[in-house]
Design a protein around this ligand. Sequence first.
Ligand code: LMR
Length: 400
Amino acid sequence: FFQNVVQGPEDPILGVTVAYNKDPSPNKLNLGVGAYRTEEGKPLVLNVVRHAEQLIVNDQSRIKEYLPITGLADFNKLSAKLIFGADSPAIQENRIVTVQCLSGTGSLRVGAEFLARHHHRRTIYIPQPTWGNHPKIFTIAGLSVKYYRYYDPATRGLDFRGLLEDLSSAPSGAIVLLHACAHNPTGVDPTNDQWEQIRQLIRSKTLLPFFDSAYQGFASGSLDADAQPVRMFVADGGECFAAQSYAKNMGLYGERVGALSIVCKNADVAGKVESQLKLVVRPMYSNPPIHGAKIVATILKDRDMYNEWTVELKAMADRIISMRKQLFDALQSRGTPGDWSHIIKQIGMFTFTGLNTEQVAFMTKEYHIYMTSDGRISMAGLSSRTVPHLADAIHAAVTR
Ligand code: LMR
């Protein structure tokens, strides 16, 4: 039956790990996928997560029944509070529907499927560039994907004028994908003033904002500060979508735990929207898994565990910021040609280095450093020990 099936390409991000795993070099370094590593280069399970798991395992009343289609109710409530703020009027007015989904990707996909069925304008504007999975998720759900200008390679900063121009010419009702914080892959975020202008434009043009919040707490180390853009849009009473992931900020990558929230005009609409989300989820995966959602709910509902989490989260964010400084200093001390200040200006897990595909290929071949071909490096994969190796490689790549 399948002799005519052609070989598919590796995923541009996850495929980097596949290539890395095949490399026998002892000096190899994986800066591809955005996954946190310790100073020793090891994956990290947060202490607070271990603690929550212990409590879950020791709970004798624990059962393994199916969750409702929409997931664990506590988890959904707490997730909405986390992103929209505990005092959010939209929560009090019961006009937000939140469903537990399979991490960020699953939340985006469920949102996209809902939009493809129920939104009159099936066009989504996504930033250029954006996370490689975004266009695939929305296209496969049946939306038509268009790009808005976002990043200016000349300044290695935001192309704010281009962004405003492109969103100004989007048709009324078009969906706009926004990275809530720590834009992936560029690490370039709008300022608060720029966010306010984006909000005004989106509302005046009756566009529909869809936030992807994959890094709450990772950009600044503050959960509230990183949710500010989302809260700005909810405070004006308008509609919005938000996809949340706990992969990075709780280190729950493989647990696949996240949430989709849809902020509606009123509670009546929210109830109907929820009923339709159930019809999206049921034939896709029936209902979500329990374990990750239990971990998140256990941590979010206990004040001490929540505080413990924020301390561990801040430590991860601070280590990443310190890696930025160390890499910048290492390039300065080597006299590497070019302005590398964007390494310390950009935010979140990634530095968009500006290295081109050939330079990346050279660094992989000669230095066994693995990164995505667009020149993005995961700062979370670096350590004080590996910074000199990376700096040597970058220096060699730009001076050859
Ligand atoms: C990344 O961009 O590296 C992460 O969001 C992981 C992924 O699934 O691509």
